[in-house]
Ligand binder design. Structure first.
Ligand SMILES: *Cc1c(COP(=O)(O)O)cnc(C)c1O
Length: 429
């Protein structure tokens, strides 16, 4: 039933490293091989063998209105007819910038780029240019794209200067990146003690890249005050949580205002987009207004801006979407928990707006170390079972899940039935 995908994967392996253009797609951590997608429709994904899946990945977050959403497609088609790219300003960029600036207290101005990686890389350069400092702090388990200085892993533990987590990244490039532990303010303080000057602290305020692990409000508040004390910029990486956890991302949930924010995923509605924004005094340091250089041939691409504008406007005009999606996410996680507990399987769950997460873990997950103590073997077996039953969950324990508007309560209930079958089968070997 996966014959065509298996053959396609074999063929792809000949020409593309690992057969994929982004590593997580290779299903390595669940021990399977990827299915190749033919098309999507609403909450459903169809592979090239004709299998149908209820999709809880939604392209890793961007598709809040689901696959092949009619209004998004209309926005794309009508703009595409006028031309795909101009490399010159369009009204669309100002319109989307205005919509976002109106929403985020932390954002006076914003610049569009082509990916989340680029957004974060640029935001950090700007933070360094603005403060005149080199060191930055990031948290273990948070992902901010694949730029050199952010590909770091802990050396002997948290609060150390990072080591490159990938060959090809010179140690010199990561020696300015300090690592702290998520939800642990003492580890942040140690970073500040170890450094002569920290340009910025970057955090996923609602982490979605170690599974879903929201930060504690008190922790974020203390982070804010430590940054203020030291003249350090606080950057919220909301590439995932922006327009997902709430209309304003984490900033609609926590009473903490960062200095800069990075966005992506939903604001492109499925097209490649990233953005970084912040206070006027910071953003004015950016070229051509200021000396910090940043550029892009396809940045603010009109087709991407058109679909982003359509998505953001719809979300703004009906913020109750988030309550509804959260209701469905909670029904899914609480049902899942009941099923697991009934079978004697420990499960931790979280929900923030349209984002959800689950860990096969006995203890509450507060940081990456906790997340890593989950039962990864069980997850792999579970994932495989669910694929066979037509439910597409992210192929790693360390990823968040996403509910889109076409994913109805009925589909949630159907999924719960399949989860029950799947978990029972896994348990009975
Ligand atoms: C996805 C993601 C990125 C990277 O975005 P790309 O578009 O994949 O480059 C950065 N930060 C966070 C929090 C993300 O979830």
């Amino acid at each position: 039933m996966f014959d065509k995908s298996a053959a396609a994967y074999k063929e792809a392996l000949k020409y593309i490293p690992g057969g994929v253009d982004s590593p997580v797609r290779a299903f390595k951590s669940v021990g399977g091989t990827p299915v190749f997608i033919d098309r999507g429709e609403g909450a459903y994904l169809y592979d090239i063998d004709g299998n149908r899946y209820i999709d809880f990945v939604q392209s890793w977050g961007p598709l809040i209105f689901g696959h092949a959403d009619k209004k998004s497609l209309d926005a794309v088609f009508s703009q595409a007819k006028k031309g795909l790219s101009f490399g010159a300003p369009t009204l669309l960029e100002t319109d989307l910038a205005r919509e976002i600036v109106e929403l985020f207290e932390s954002v006076d101005k914003i610049r569009f780029v082509n990916s989340g990686t680029e957004a974060v890389m640029s935001a950090i350069r700007l933070a360094r240019g603005f403060t005149g400092r080199d060191d930055i702090v990031k948290f273990e388990g948070c992902y901010h794209g694949h730029s050199d200085s952010l590909l770091v892993s802990a050396g002997s533990g948290a609060a150390t200067f990072g080591n490159p987590s990938s060959p090809g990244v010179p140690k010199d490039f990561t020696k300015h990146t300090l690592l702290a532990r998520y939800n642990d303010i003492e580890s942040v303080k140690r970073c500040f003690e170890a450094s002569d000057g920290i340009a910025c602290v970057i955090i996923e305020p609602i982490a979605g890249n170690m599974g879903l692990v929201p930060s504690d409000e008190e922790f974020l508040k203390e982070l804010r005050s430590i940054c203020d004390e030291h003249g350090t910029l606080l950057i919220f990486d909301e590439v995932m949580s922006g327009f997902r956890a709430s209309l304003k991302g984490a900033q609609g949930i926590y009473d903490v205002v960062p200095d800069m924010v990075t966005l992506g995923k939903v604001i492109g509605g499925g097209m490649p987009v990233g953005a970084f924004g912040g206070k006027e005094e910071i953003m004015s340091m950016l070229s051509p207004e200021g000396p910090v250089y940043q550029a892009g041939t396809l940045s603010g691409n009109p087709v991407a801006m058109a679909v982003g504008l359509s998505v953001v406007k719809r979300l703004k005009s009906d913020p109750s979407i988030y309550e509804e999606l959260e209701r469905r996410a909670k029904r899914l996680t609480s049902g899942f928990k009941d099923i697991a507990n009934g079978l004697g399987i420990p499960l931790q769950t979280e929900v923030r707006g349209s984002m959800f997460g689950f860990f096969f873990n006995e203890r509450e997950v507060k940081n990456f170390d906790d997340a890593k103590r989950s039962d990864l073997e069980l997850f792999a077996k579970f994932h495989q079972k669910m694929m066979g039953k037509g439910v597409y969950f992210a192929c790693s324990q360390f990823e968040a899940g996403f509910i889109c508007t076409p994913l109805t309560l009925e589909l949630v209930d159907e999924t719960l039935q399949k989860i029950e079958e799947g978990l029972k089968e896994v348990k009975n070997g």
